[in-house]
Design a protein around this ligand. Structure first.
Ligand code: TTP
Ligand code: MG
Length: 401
């Protein structure tokens, strides 16, 4: 069967594994391999409030997000119960999103740990869809020591199903000409928009898998389900024409490199900074932008990180100019003799070709950078619940109910 005009896109869906719990396990080695439950205080089974998320070890006990914490405690009394550290999760989320933007600007965030990406235009630079997915997973692993699951497919709906199938640390490709085979065995609960009610109706019609639904004539589905009939017919046939809705305004451009082995060699560090300046310059010129503020990021082997920036009198877009500024920043700030794990180069304070300032944030890059905007967009669009929760998680007075 044909899948019309949209099958030529390459869409990724990235979702971090057990995000909050994974960050806790990373930062507390003694939690690794153990059931960790992030959320309200269980107070030995008498606590109120809910589970925010839990590690995969805890999921074996039947614990899951949004479950009352008292119930989680009954299922897993020996679990490690952790109060959420919202600010930390936000910070890690920013790092991850920053890295995703190195692969494409066409990113639609769905929540603090999840995004769609349209990488159709990135193939020349980074390789095929699955290659890009593998690179993203590797970068996330190297730079945050966390795992992500990624689905690669011709549309959003299929990519989202795919990223979930082999969690944790999954990478699943849905081939454009094998969509029907991919969908056929899946349970109807995987259908986007099929709540419990719809699932019950479908089951009464003898429809248990997406394959069963595929075989149903459109007219009958429409008769039984009204408008939704058409929607589910499309989903059963792998059709989803929604575009990846990215943030239009880019406020900074940056590239980072994590070394396979920590580096002491200043020449190699200079060379890497040059290569990163080339990448940043290329992306900048590609967008016909010039920027005034140049940024350096350095992470030492113990994960301590410094960022430094310099604002110029006029905006630049040449590799050489970016390099000379960032090299100065490096020479002035690098602590001789310390091993470097990561270097990053960035630019912000964009002007258009007429020299008009595109944004008013110069030195305040930290406050106003693209990721903050992204978090705002994310909050507005989807994640109010999750984001505001993460924020308020810092407060011990947070009302979990
Ligand atoms: P999810 O991606 O839904 O879950 P997860 O990353 O913990 O696990 P999975 O491997 O299945 O993707 O949500 C991301 C984070 O959002 C999660 O770590 C905690 C938070 N969250 C809540 O606080 N409450 C909730 O009900 C859900 C679903 C998530
Ligand atoms: Mg997740």
């Amino acid at each position: 069967m044909t899948h019309n005009t949209y099958t030529n896109r390459i869409i990724l869906h990235m979702d971090m594994d057990a995000f909050f719990a994974a960050v806790e396990q990373r930062d507390h080695p003694e939690y690794q391999g153990k059931p960790v439950i992030v959320g309200a205080d269980p107070k030995e089974g008498k606590g109120r409030g809910v589970v925010s998320t839990c590690s995969y070890e805890a999921r074996k006990f039947g614990v899951h997000s949004a479950m009352p914490i008292s119930q989680a405690y009954k299922l897993c009394p020996k679990g490690i119960y952790v109060w959420p550290n919202g600010r930390l999760y936000q910070q890690v989320s920013k790092e991850i999103f920053n890295l995703l933007y190195e692969f494409t600007d066409a990113i639609e965030p769905l929540s603090i740990d999840e995004a769609f990406m349209d990488v159709t235009g990135s193939v020349k630079l980074f390789g095929s869809g699955p290659e890009i997915a593998a690179k993203i997973k590797k970068r996330i692993k190297n730079e945050t020591r966390l795992t992500a699951s990624v689905g690669v497919a011709p549309n959003k709906y299929l990519a989202k199903i795919a990223s979930d199938l082999e969690k944790p640390d999954g990478l699943v490709l849905v081939d454009a000409d094998k969509i029907d085979e991919f969908l056929a065995p899946l349970d109807i609960s995987r259908l986007w928009g099929a709540g419990i009610k719809t699932q019950t109706v479908l089951k009464k019609m003898g429809i248990h898998t997406i394959g069963d639904l595929f075989n149903f004539p459109k007219e009958i589905l429409e008769k039984k389900l009204g408008k939704l009939g058409d929607h589910f017919y499309n989903l059963a046939h792998g059709i989803d024409t929604r575009r990846v809705e990215s943030d239009e305004v880019v406020k900074s451009i940056s590239n980072e490199h994590t070394f396979g082995q920590d580096v002491l060699d200043v020449n190699l560090l200079h060379k890497t900074i040059f290569q990163l300046s080339e990448k940043v310059g290329y992306r900048l010129r590609n967008k016909k932008l010039q920027g005034r503020t140049v940024h350096l990021k350095l992470r030492y082997d113990n994960f301590s990180t410094i960022t430094r920036n310099k604002t110029l009198n006029s905006a630049v877009d040449s590799t050489q100019m970016i390099y000379s500024v960032v090299k100065d920043l490096f020479n002035n700030n690098y602590q001789q003799g310390r091993k470097v794990r990561l270097v990053g180069v960035g630019i912000s304070g964009f002007m258009n070709e007429q020299g008009d300032q595109l944004s008013l944030f110069d030195n305040q890059i930290k406050k106003h950078d693209r990721i903050d905007q992204l978090q705002d967009a994310l909050t507005n669009r989807f994640g109010k619940r999750i984001i505001s929760r993460a924020e308020s998680m810092d407060s011990k007075n947070y009302d979990w109910d």
